[in-house]
Design a protein around this ligand. Sequence first.
Ligand code: CTP
Ligand code: CA
Length: 243
Amino acid sequence: AAAHAGAGPLAGRRVVVTAGGTREPLDPVRFLGNRSSGKQGLAVARAALDAGAEVTLLLAHLEVQPPAEEPRLTVRHAGTALQLRDAVLAALEEESPDALVMTAAVADFRPGEYRESKIKKDPDADDAPVIELVRNPDILRQAVERRASAGGPALIVGFAAETGSAEAGVAELGLAKLRSKGCDLLVVNQVGTDLVFGSDRTAATILSRRGDRTDADDVVGGKDDLARRLMELIASHPAMRRA
Ligand code: CTP
Ligand code: CA
């Protein structure tokens, strides 16, 4: 490992990054998915590597090529929310990372029942199945809870995509989510029709909590710009100071 030791503000630190969108299977040929491309998560992993960190990348479904092997990078695959939860908890347990960055779009719900054989339609009727969904675990919340009882990463970072609504703006929703999730940083993406999903560009606010104070950094630019800014904030965060 020493031969590949990184240089930079996160040298000697370990960062676990989740990326992509989970797919929740209905039957052997169908799933419930989402529009996450995985680009932001890969950009975060890249920025962490460039800052000198050891990176564990936990990949759900990507719309882009996964990164090639390289020193200081470990890649594991976890397709469903339950698999990703297990992979995150295992990484926290075995690798004691300094930071966990949850860029993955984790399905909030999954089909309550998985059908071992393909769901067929009745050609003589026009009825349709009703698919019951059940809640998936909230991985970020579980990581925050585990840290409170068993210790864990100095920093836990969430990502949120918000459209805002007539009742609440994007910034307001982000602050509420940061508080309710209990994470240290929350990157709030403004989701417009062409902005963010699948795009290389993004418009986001990074909310960073230190005790009672919350700082907000606006980033408009590439997903790599956002990732680099996030790594600067992580590296300079007081919780990352070496004991
Ligand atoms: N997340 C998670 N597990 C879930 C859902 C979300 O770990 N089951 C994480 C995401 O990876 C992200 C953060 O929580 O870092 C915020 O996700 P988001 O979907 O915005 O939050 P939710 O609490 O699911 O709220 P909403 O009802 O707005 O979807
Ligand atoms: Ca959600």
